[in-house]
Write a protein of this length. Sequence first.
Length: 473
Amino acid sequence: MLIVMKFGGTSVGSVRALEQLISIVDSARKRGDEVVVVVSAMSGVTDLLLAGAEQAEAGEIETAGQGHREMLTRHTEVVDSLLTNSPHRDSVMAKIAALLDEYDLLCHSIKVLGELTPRALDVIVSTGEQMSVRQVAAILEEHGVPSKAVDATGLIITDGRHGVASPLMRPTAGRVQAVLSPMLAEAIVPVVTGFIGASEKGTLTTLGRGGSDYSATILGHALGADEVWIWTDVNGVMTADPRVVPDARTIRRLSYAEVGEMAYFGAKVLHPQAIRPARQSIIPVRILNTFQPDHPGTLVTKDSDRSGRMVKGITVIKGLSLVIVEGSGMIGVPGVAARTFGAVARTGTSVLMISQSSSEQSICFVVPTTEAVPVLAALEDEMSRELERHDIESIWAQDSIVIVTVVGAGMKGTPGIASRVFGSLGRERINVIAIAQGSSEYSISVVVAEDDAEEALRRLHSEFGLGVEPKPR
Ligand code: ADP
Ligand code: ASP
Ligand code: MG
């Protein structure tokens, strides 16, 4: 089997994790599998890089300096433990030190210029994966697995949008096959940077936070892999975020549509776009625990598990604002919704959820709080005439809200789920501010106040019995 294995931040973030990684890759090869490894930056490194750059833009350079020292310490510790007496030790450390020096230089320039462009930011945050890939390849090589570090800038060709790039699949497939297939033919394990790609002109772009999952499925698709395995720090996709809901359990089987919906609505365990390439080429995806490699985790395939429950999981997205456009003069006026969303789109903001009252007196939709101010300004501009005439009475935003979503393919055509959602929240006196049902009927989302988020999540988790193992049929 050809397997693309992606190791997330925690899975490459410590000596213990990297020992697990070696054993996982080694065992796969001993079983006769061909393996392509995709790595994230060590846990916390991307956040450090980002914080240093943002502070530099604000005129303060010490955060970058502290981050530099911390990253160097983290990498040195791993290299000293796992590359002791290795001929690779010095070259790996020299490369890491050079990347960190470059980071310093970039942060100093940003401080001088007082501006952090999206292009510079992409270069800066990619440093984490560039350090990690060399370290992991050398560690595998040192432990008897022939490996080679590969920068994905030469593999994943993107549309060039900084911070949120999407792959151009055709040119990507050509590059991936040209570079990786000969390595596989020589029984070498390519170790590829996650998160990173480059535009057709060669400008470095990143695939969005958590984007290494996406890198793995892109490579899987391009190589026609048999499976993609996402190694992380929990036992697969769970019924809810285990940090918030202690009795969350592993969901054994999910369909592409179901996991896509969970990821879109906030299950951090998978990048929201990551499932698309796998879905296109019908490659099974497993989500597995690096620290419990024998646990079966979650298997994602085309079909939903019909023997399971109607509701499979509950997710939450935080840091959101509800934007409300309201006024009795909107009734029957054609084009208000189109103009509203046109104005929002021009700000480059993506809308997470929309709900319109049937009387057409208001349109409300959810955006990240960081985008609320520009969105309101764009709407006031677009609707200035209607506001003057009082056809639209107000355009405002309610901050500190979250979207809680109930996901499961079995909800389709099953009556009564929505009423159970509202009933159980109502009994807890949790106020539902807005609702929406996915057109696929695989999800129902409710907007509640941020303060109610965790209680709502736990309440719904228990309402749908997700804390107990489903009965086998
Ligand atoms: P990695 O660095 O391996 O990509 P992430 O931190 O991006 O790991 O994603 C794994 C984390 O996602 C878990 O530690 C868990 O806290 C969080 N998470 C949120 N929702 C879920 C869910 N439904 N199932 C599993 N994990 C979830
Ligand atoms: N290192 C990147 C991040 O923290 C990408 C990833 O881990 O998937 O977002
Ligand atoms: Mg992740």
